[in-house]
Design a protein around this ligand. Sequence first.
Ligand SMILES: [Zn+2]
Length: 453
Amino acid sequence: MVRLSFYGGVGEIGGNKILVEERGTKIFLDFGQSFTFGAGFFVDYLQPRTLSMLKDLLEFDLLPRIKGLYAEGLLERTGIGYTEPEIDAVLLSHAHFDHCQHICYIDPKIPVFLGEGTKIFLECMEEISYSCKYGDHDYRTFRSGAKIKAGGMRIEPVHVDHSIPGAYGYLVETSAGVIAYTGDLRAHGPRKDMTEEFVEKAAAAEPVALICEGTRMEEVERRQNYSEAQVREKGEEIVGGTDKIVFVMRYSRDIDRFRTFYEIAKANGRDLVISPKSAYLLGRLIEDEHLDVPDPRTDGAIRVYYRRKKSGTYDDSDYYKWEREYLDRMVTCEEIRKRQKEYLMELDFYQLTELIDIRPERGAHLIRSMSEPFSDEDLSEEVLQNWVEHFGLEFHQMHASGHLSREQLEWLVDTIAPKKIFPVHTENPQLFKKRWKNVESFKCGKQLNFDFK
Ligand SMILES: [Zn+2]
């Protein structure tokens, strides 16, 4: 008998925490935080107390009450006594917050399996952000096709294409048959071949269950989406057609998007200006020889933008240690202001204030290469548009999603042809039910026993 329990990602996008148990072996597929985590009880400065974080979260059942899962120090005052780990492994699919964030609570003795790229991302995030601490873990990295042994289970990670490098799906072997887990994936990115390989391997395994993401399983797609190649094409048109500065906003971990705009900048004889944070991340990612990224230390087409801090004189000591590595690649607001047409500049929402010093010429361009806001009442959207208007920028929206379109999703499920389908990471499991008859219903936190007959 195989038991599946879903502690997140049920009827919502993100927060996947899936427990697979069989014959005393227990593994978690992902251990993420949902985007609306705790929103019913905590708001603004009303937050769980640092000293009793776990207790405060368990009070409202925001984390699963499972023995042998959490770190000893965090269990004090929770009423759950500490026991040696009863979970054999946690397997992370990729380094997005909604798939990995909650490993900060788990017992450091539990092995955490993850791709090489995911480990680099986690380390970088801890180094450059004070609020991000995952705790100590017994990290074990793998490559695609490896065989992982956890308790009595064997698991094969297979790389997939997603909007972050180092993303994997899993094939979990149980006595009932294989359980395939997609993680997050797409089939319109530069490495769609990896997703195709996952689908091929999963289909060949004739799985009894497919735990499948469904982010874009919608009646009608609400937001515009391009392929990465289309983003390149449309970005090229804008940059190639102007003699003014072009700003671009992207997700900091979306390295495909970085590469897209890096290539556009080079093709148009411009320098790509990135933040010290992006430079640091790239500098670390080149350690992974499977990722083809330029080295910001030596690449002539990359410059690093330093904001004025503390002394206001760009003195080395004004910057964090990790920021200092790229000071000799520095470009300042003064230089950019004087030679605007020479640059394509990455600009984070929270760095919009730099526009006040850069003073872009009117008619300069701002490309948001991230997903559009969910609702019309998005406050930061209104703020962004105020900045755009104030500086007379021309605004463009272009994004390639990290997730399968509905058609691609149908192709994936039909090709893998599992016995049972478990939709996760979707707001619309009912649309899966409409399309396939072997879709299982389940609730968050409830155990499901399957003999898969
Ligand atoms: Zn993701």
